[in-house]
Design a protein around this ligand. Structure first.
Ligand SMILES: [Zn+2]
Length: 210
């Protein structure tokens, strides 16, 4: 392995370790710098660092501001690894909110709460697709019968329902980090399919008909 030079250390969120860890900054690139006067400037910095716990790379973007010897970070975004689902912008609020809550719970290592939020998200998907009556198992079955969910997706959604039940009601069935991670991944896949790929496919078909 090639040793890279660490310029300085800074705490950062590492998705692989799922915690705030010490990261070593390897490279920084500053651009878009504007000076209001000699002593004041603001700009953007792209920072490549590595997690000092698992060695994986993290890329962040910071909007900074310097006034004399003081400096601030106005906003900070993680560019890599990407943790947000692009399909989210098309999904309704009642689905987005539990997804974001589930991600927050996961980061806080609250795995029971995370799977309960995923289950809530599945319930929200059913409501959004017009299934308002009966228990969640029935609603999912109806969506399967209406071909909104094909067999595999129905199985995933149903598993999220069961894991969510464990998180909510069981005192001896322990929800592990892996269970929580898998739940978010499947929830993510359902959102991508229902709110992104289906409409993308319809648009593709419409374009090809012309
Ligand atoms: Zn790590």
């Amino acid at each position: 392995m090639i040793d890279v030079e660490i310029k300085y250390k800074t705490p950062n969120y590492c998705p692989a370790c799922n915690s705030i860890v010490e990261t070593g900054v390897i490279f920084t690139y500053t651009y878009d710098v504007s000076y209001t006067d000699e002593l004041q400037n603001e700009g953007t910095e792209i920072i490549l660092s590595k997690c000092l716990n698992c060695d994986r790379p993290v890329l962040t973007e910071e909007q900074f501001r310097n006034i004399e010897e003081h400096s601030w970070i106005n906003s900070k975004a993680q560019l890599y690894p990407v943790t947000d689902n692009i399909a989210l912008k098309n999904a309704p609020g009642i689905v987005i909110n539990p997804y974001k809550e589930a991600a927050k719970c996961y980061r806080a290592q609250a795995y029971d709460a995370c799977v309960i939020m995923c289950r809530k998200g599945i319930e929200a998907i059913c409501n959004d697709k017009g299934e308002l009556k009966g228990n969640l198992a029935d609603k999912l079955k109806n969506l399967k019968n209406k071909n909104v969910l094909e067999t595999t997706l129905h199985s995933w959604a149903n598993e999220l329902r069961l894991i969510g039940n464990d998180g909510a009601h069981s005192h001896d069935q322990i929800v592990t980090q892996q269970d929580a991670k898998d739940s978010i991944d499947f929830f993510d896949a359902l959102i991508t399919y229902l709110y992104h790929l289906v409409s993308q496919y319809d648009k593709l078909k419409a374009r090809r008909v012309k």
